[in-house]
Design a protein around this ligand. Sequence first.
Ligand SMILES: [Zn+2]
Length: 472
Amino acid sequence: MFLWKNVEKWFSFSAHLCNDPNMNIKIIMKVFFEIRRLRRNEFLATADLEHIRYNSVKRLRNHAMALSPFYQKYHKGYENRPLNELPVMTKTLLMENFDNVVTDRRIKLADVRKYAEERNNKKNYLGRYRVNATSGSTGEPGFFLYDEPEWVSIIASFARGQDWAGAGLDLTRRRRLTTVASLSPWHMSSQLMNTASTWFTPSKPLAASDPLEKNIVALNQWQPDLLTVYASMARILAEEKLSGRLMIQPEKVFTSSEVLTDETRRRVKEAWGNEPYNQYGSTETADIAAEHHSCRKMHLFDDLLIVENVDEKNRPVPPGEYGEKILVTTLFSRTQPLIRYVVNDSVKLNDEKCPDCHLPFSVLESIQGRREDSLSMKAKKGGMVTIQPLVFNRIMDILPVSGWQIHEQKDKSLTIYLSNVRENLNPDKLSGVISNALMKEGAAKPVIRVKIVNEIPKSASGKSPLVRSFGG
Ligand SMILES: [Zn+2]
C-alpha cells in the first residue's frame, strides 16, 4: 500500500514534467496497469497463454471484419478458417489500400501525409491518433497510426524490454537515458523517447546521422545510465570507450535495428563490463522480442503478437531452421489491423520451453538479417543467388577493426569499408577469403575493393548497415 501511494505520487508529479504534450496522468496510469498485466502474463501456464492468444486473435479478426472495408473483402470466405490460412498482408498492399484498411472512416492517407509534413505538429492527428512513419530506407515510407489504447500497449511493450534487462522503472533513483538513433519526429524511437522522458528518466536523444565526434562530446557531457543504439553504433562506441575518447559508464546498453554480431557483444562487454541487451522490433509491430537477463536469450512477446516463421511461399518453417520472413499478427492493433503482416527478416525460432527462465514465451534463437540486408549476386551457373549477411559476418566480425561494411555497387561489384584498422591487415588476402566464401555459396567470382576509412558510411537514417545493397 505504501508503495502504491508512492507510485501515484510519482505519476502525478512526473506527468507535469513529461515531454510529451499528449500524455496525461490517466494515460500514464493506464501504461502502469498494462505493464502489470504484461508481467502477470509472464507467469502463465502454456495452456492459459494459448487461450489468451486464441481469444485475442478472434477479437482482432472480428474488429477488422466489422470496421475495415478492406478486410471485409480480403478475408471473405475465410471467416471460419484458422489464422494460418488467411492471405498475408504486405506493406505495399497496406499502403495501396490505406483508406479502406483503417477502421476509422475519417482517416485519409492524403491527410496523414500532409499532417506528417508539418514537422512541428504537437497535437495528435484528428485529436486522436499518433502518426508513426517507417523511414523508407526499404522502399516507400509506410504510415502507422495508433490511438491511445494502442500507444499504451506499445509503451508497455518497450518498458518490458527494459524490465527484462533488469532496468525496469525504479522509483528510488533517476536514470538518464540516451538513444543514438533517428531524430525524425515521425520515427517511433523518437516518439517513445519523448513519452518516456520524465523527471525520473530524463532523456537526451542523439542523431545517429551526426558526426561521431559530436556525439562523443554530447555523450561525455550527458553521462547516460541507459544507452540504446543501433548494433553497429554499439560497436563503434565500444571502440571509442576502449580508446579512451568516450568516457561514459552506462549501466546497460541496449541494441536494436541491426544484426548484433558476437564480436560486437564481446567488444561492448570489454568496454563496459556487460554484454548488450538485444531488442527486436519494428515501427509496424512495436517490440517483437527482447533479451531476458536470467537466460540471456531473446523471447518473443507471445502475448502481444503471433509470429509465424515462413518460407518464400508463406509455408511454415520448422523450429531450428531459418525462414525467409515472418508473418506478424499484432494482437493489440485496432486502427490499422495487422493480420499476418510480412516482415522481411530471416529468423530462427525454438518452440521448446526455455530451461533457464520462467517465461512461457518462445525463444527467438537467432536473427540472420533482414532480407534487405541480403545481396542478390550473379550465380556461377547463371541467374542470381541470394547471399545472407551471415556469410559476411563470419569472416568480417573477427577482423581487428572498429567497424565494417560490405557495400554493393551499381555494377554488382563489392566495396568493403573498414574503419580504424588496429593491426596489419592484408586487403588482398581479405578479398580472397570473401571471394571464396561467396563462390562456395554459388556466386560467380565477384569484383571486390577494400577501402580503409575513418568512419563507416551511413544511410539517410544514420544506420551503418553491415551489408548494404545498391541504393540502400
Ligand atoms: Zn529464457
